[in-house]
Design a protein. Structure first.
Length: 228
């Protein structure tokens, strides 16, 4: 069997010819790259993973192939469900928003695999625009925070010098948590910090660390990520 006969056989035995297969997979790949780029651009927090970016791309391409394999054949659909049921996924999704991007990749792959090109392109584009709008407007956030400051401070009868440094560097420094030590000699404090314009948070952290009676200082960036 030569190459021409092979491609003709593919055309006769399935709904998709070689050109359709290449176009569908290429479109699924292109749309998944757009989805993964939007995910990377709009991601917040500490749960970012490169493997998740790759998963978005692979899911769209694989689903596109699966849809072409099934075609209009109901028996293939049931056989595929049985085959895929063997696979067990134990990876925990750290951010619930990540699930939405998986579904976006699934939808893009399904639309591409069934040659519904207009739906694939327009649907994915609109979803990406919505994701960017929600990211830019910080929709759903109850409270905007810039930094979370944690430190252990020795107990004192007078006001501690770190208060003066916080007033100098921050617009607001709201205490979130006080955790006394077991021996009763120190407190572990957690502050929500909003910096003044032009003030360096690193310099503030260094000045507080240099004070006597302050230890275990940690400054965590949490802008638009921590809700209270």
């Amino acid at each position: 069997m030569n190459a021409q006969d092979f491609f003709q056989l593919e055309q006769l035995t399935g709904l998709y010819g070689p050109v359709d297969v290449l176009l569908n997979i290429s479109l699924a790949f292109a749309l998944s790259m757009v989805v993964s780029f939007v995910y990377k651009t709009t991601h917040r927090g500490l749960s970012y993973s490169q493997s998740f970016m790759l998963t978005i791309v692979f899911v769209a391409v694989v689903v596109s192939m699966v849809m072409m394999v099934i075609g209009n054949n109901l028996a293939r659909a049931f056989a595929l469900v049985g085959a895929l049921s063997i696979i067990r996924f134990r990876t925990v999704v750290k951010d619930t928003k990540d699930t939405a991007y998986i579904f976006m990749a699934l939808a893009a792959g399904m639309a591409s695999g069934t040659s519904t090109y207009f739906l694939a392109i327009v649907g994915t584009s609109l979803m990406c625009v919505i994701a960017i709008i929600l990211h830019k407007t910080n929709y759903g956030s109850l409270y905007k925070s810039e930094f979370v400051l944690r430190m252990r401070v020795m107990r004192a009868d007078t006001e501690h010098p770190y208060n003066g440094i916080l007033k100098d560097y921050t617009q607001s420094a709201s205490i979130l948590n006080v955790e006394p030590s077991g021996d009763g000699e120190s407190n572990k404090l957690t502050f929500d910090i909003v910096m003044r314009d032009g003030r360096d948070p690193t310099k503030m952290a260094n000045e507080i660390s240099a004070l006597g009676g302050v230890s275990e200082l940690v400054l965590v960036a949490s802008k638009s990520d921590v809700d209270y």
